[in-house]
Design a protein around this ligand. Structure first.
Ligand code: FE
Ligand code: FE
Ligand code: ZN
Length: 302
């Protein structure tokens, strides 16, 4: 059996850049990671420092992290579905692709966006336009369109919508999909029948188009269209159903990324200070749910 490719969301800071991200991941025990190249809610970005990148890549080689499996998430502020943002989205995405390629990263996750009141058809045309402006034959990164929960007017809540986008892109060998288990659940795909979901995905889009999987439990029920992530094993999807995704034979070569919430001092504390990943990765590797997950996280970081 192949080694599980698992990691989580980490930070990317101006001073330490990719090296800081690698060090953070090593503290959690994963063998891949995902980051935003700056704050997800704005588009201010720093210059990529090649010396730091080289140092980070050396450290990754020493510690068994394959750069091929590392993921960047584009900021969710860019909304390629919206007509009013087309130029801004296009320019930002072009620059983001350049940054990602400079870092040597091969997978870029992008939310298809929200149509606001334009309707899905116009939104899909807009997304296709932006991708066609940005993807050229020399593009080295795969753009992974994320499956969305269908909150508000989000596009990409069904495989059919994603398929329509992919079909409209000229160089669509560079367009893949990122499955998000919380989003799938909230969109109405039951993770308890994950093999059926994969069969359907294979029929509509093709299994080889899965470039990334986000592993999250959900705070809400099937089809709720909410998008609120929960820690592994304590949401409505549950530990065993998530394990089926994580260890699925058909997804062996695809990086699995946790985007679960930070944990607060108490169950209802407002400030969420402690990263859950070290303990979540541990129980995933053990294939055994940790009944004391939250307590263990709190006592470790306190
Ligand atoms: Fe996302
Ligand atoms: Fe996600
Ligand atoms: Zn989400």
């Amino acid at each position: 059996m192949k080694e599980l490719i698992i990691g989580n969301h980490v930070s990317f800071k101006k001073d330490t850049q990719l090296l800081g991200s690698v060090n953070e991941e090593l503290s959690y025990g994963g063998n891949t990671f995902m980051f935003y190249t700056g704050a997800p809610q704005n588009t201010a970005r720093c210059e990529i420092n090649d010396i730091i990148t080289e140092e980070a890549i050396n450290l990754m080689k020493q510690s068994g992290i394959d750069l091929e499996n590392v993921v960047v998430h584009a900021p969710y502020i860019i909304n390629p579905a919206n007509t009013a943002n087309l130029e801004f989205s296009t320019n930002f995405l072009k620059q983001e692709i350049d940054r990602v390629e400079k870092l040597g990263v091969k997978r870029l996750v992008l939310h298809p966006g929200s149509h606001v009141n334009l309707g899905v058809d116009v939104a899909i045309k807009n997304i296709i336009f932006v991708l066609n402006e940005c993807i050229t034959p020399s593009t080295k990164v795969d753009i992974c369109l994320e499956t969305m929960a269908g909150k508000g007017s989000e596009v990409g809540r069904t495989f059919e919508e994603l398929k329509e986008i992919i079909d409209g892109v000229k160089y669509n060998d560079k367009v893949k999909v990122c499955l998000d288990t919380c989003h799938l659940n909230d969109a109405g795909y039951d993770i308890a029948n994950f093999d059926k979901i994969l069969d359907e995905f294979d029929k509509v889009i093709g299994i080889d188009k899965i470039g990334c999987v986000h592993i999250n439990d959900s705070k809400n029920t099937l089809g709720s269209h909410k998008d609120r992530h929960e820690n592994i094993g304590i949401g409505t999807i549950g530990f065993d159903n998530l394990l089926n995704v994580i260890y699925n034979k058909r997804l062996e070569d695809v990086p699995k990324i946790l985007e679960t919430p930070y944990v607060g001092e108490t169950d209802d504390s407002k400030e969420k200070n402690y990263p859950p990943y070290k303990f979540e990765i541990e129980m995933i590797r053990d294939k055994k749910f940790n009944e004391h997950l939250l307590e263990d996280i709190r006592s470790f970081y306190k």
